[in-house]
Design a protein around this ligand. Structure first.
Ligand code: GRF
Length: 201
């Protein structure tokens, strides 16, 4: 399965995907796309000799159309948002309906939405005094963090002393859950039945 990975920052989830042995024979990472050519994730892609593509603007219809054309030419079957900060335009969402997934570092539908990224999420979780947090992988629609939930995994945070500590615990799970969902998707084991997303064994 041909995949494109969209990134904006550090790139640890990108690295987890590229390093995952179980994905080696299942996916081909055709391109890593970013809105930020200077981000660490682009450096990681280059060090793995994966093609990179800098997204010029997602506000300009013509540029978005050329991005769609580019992804179609590469025969992309799944787009993975791995720390991508921009909202995906409607035209991309409808071209790749149920073929775009995102990872969010909290248990949606709480602690999501515009501005809820990076440490902002973990600060909000910390200040709420929640005793569990976790990771959500979900389909992408045209609203931040609102698409159907595919998979979630919890972590106990009842004893944490800082948002950073929550971030560390959550990130460890992210590096497991995102490759897991990608593999299931590639195997055709993610089904949408009525209102729910089901993952087959
Ligand atoms: C992760 O916490 C992910 O859940 C969120 O952005 C962060 C990206 O981290 N969407 P990295 O760039 O993969 O290290």
């Amino acid at each position: 399965m041909n995949i494109a990975i969209f990134v904006s920052g550090r790139g640890s989830n990108l690295k987890a995907i590229l390093d995952n042995h179980e994905l080696k024979n299942v996916i081909s990472v055709k391109v890593v796309c970013s809105d930020n050519e200077k981000c660490n994730a682009i450096k990681i892609a280059q060090s793995y000799f994966v093609d990179t593509f800098i997204i010029p603007s997602l506000n300009d219809e013509e540029k978005v159309n050329s991005l769609i054309k580019f992804l179609e030419e590469k025969e992309i079957e799944l787009i993975v948002l791995a720390g991508f900060l921009k909202l995906i335009p409607n035209s991309v969402v409808s071209k790749f309906e149920n073929k775009i997934i995102n990872i969010h570092p909290a248990l949606l539908p709480s602690f999501g939405g515009k501005g809820m990224y990076g440490l902002n999420v973990h600060k909000a979780v910390f200040e709420s005094s929640a005793k569990v947090s976790g990771v959500t992988v979900h389909f992408v629609n045209s609203e931040y963090d609102k698409g159907k939930i595919i998979a979630q995994k919890c972590v106990d945070i009842s004893d944490v002393k800082s948002p950073e500590e929550i971030a560390d615990r959550v990130l460890k799970i992210e590096h497991y859950l995102l490759p897991y969902v990608i593999k299931k998707f590639a195997e055709g084991k993610i089904l949408i039945n009525n209102l729910r997303v089901e993952i087959l064994d």
